[in-house]
Design a protein around this ligand. Structure first.
Ligand code: NAD
Length: 257
């Protein structure tokens, strides 16, 4: 599988799944644009490491995915966007009647609305290039629900719905739009939930992993960022040219239950 000459923009990619996806796309030959809201030397160093390791062009562009103009500016600054991976995401866990309004707004903006803005900015570039791939990192929570995750579940279901619309609007073009729905992947986003959950249920962190986090994942194993990255590479391949408007679960059987 060669993505040589393609440019991939991956939102929220200085950590976790986004970084894993960027690395696998670079391994397949794509030039990559990393992104987050910070602008530290380490962010730029990550891009340089990818450039050296995979012999591709790699850049880091700061843009806050909670802001419409910055989402669109990210794509403009990238200059090309053959592959758009909408990955930036945050989580907050709370009963709906206590859910902080500002957390709701931030999750909807970063996890869902950002994909609307980046896709709107990227599609004209894909059309001009005559090829494009939109890969949205949704979640098993884009297909099922859990208590206390109202904003996250709403945003991820929204992303799955938007993926279908983008696929229909580009159906007659050499552009596809799909959503990857990971189950639990051990990244900072998940690791942050472990201590709080341990306190809440009076469990050790190991018990939380086994009995709470992986409770719904029949494989009883975390998916890896490399597996999510490999799935993104597959969706960019010729074999996936007629796969559009759908979801691919990488969830150890969660959504089969
Ligand atoms: P993570 O916390 O490691 O990564 C999130 C990324 O988003 C980071 O790079 C962070 O800097 C970035 N980000 C956060 N706010 C941003 C903002 N305002 N602007 C730009 N970037 C921002 O978490 P992760 O687990 O790698 O999550 C990545 C995506 O995968 C998210 O959309 C998440 O919902 C989804 N996901 C994760 C899991 C899991 O188990 N880890 C499961 C299903 C889906």
């Amino acid at each position: 599988m060669s993505l040589i000459g393609k440019t991939a923009v991956i939102t929220g990619s200085n950590s976790g799944i986004g970084l894993g996806v960027a690395r696998e796309l670079a391994r397949a030959g794509a030039n990559v644009v990393l992104n987050s809201f910070t602008d530290n030397q380490e962010d730029h160093d990550l891009a340089q490491e990818i450039a050296r390791e995979f012999n591709v062009d790699a850049r880091y562009i700061q843009a806050d995915m909670s802001k419409a103009d910055e989402c669109r500016a990210l794509i403009e600054k990238a200059g090309a966007c053959d592959i758009l991976v909408n990955n930036a995401g945050i989580q907050h866990v709370s009963p709906i009647d206590e859910f902080p309004v500002e957390k709701w707004d931030a999750i909807i903006a970063i996890n869902m609305t950002s994909a609307f803005h980046t896709t709107a900015a990227a599609l004209p570039m894909m059309r001009k290039a005559g090829w494009g791939r939109v890969v949205n990192v949704a979640s098993a929570h884009g297909l099922t629900a859990s208590p206390f995750k109202s904003a996250y579940v709403a945003a991820k279901h929204g992303v799955v719905g938007m993926t279908k619309v983008v696929a229909l609007e580009t159906a007659k073009e050499p552009i596809t739009a799909n959503a990857i729905c990971p189950g639990y992947v051990k990244t900072p986003l998940v690791e942050k939930q472990i201590p709080d959950t341990a306190k809440k249920y009076d469990m050790t962190e190991e018990e939380v992993i086994e009995k709470v986090i992986l409770e719904r994942q029949p494989s009883k194993e975390f998916a890896t960022v490399e597996q999510i990255g490999g799935t993104a590479v597959f969706l960019c391949s010729d074999a996936a040219a007629q796969i559009t408007g759908t979801t691919i679960s990488v969830d150890g059987g969660w959504t089969a239950l």
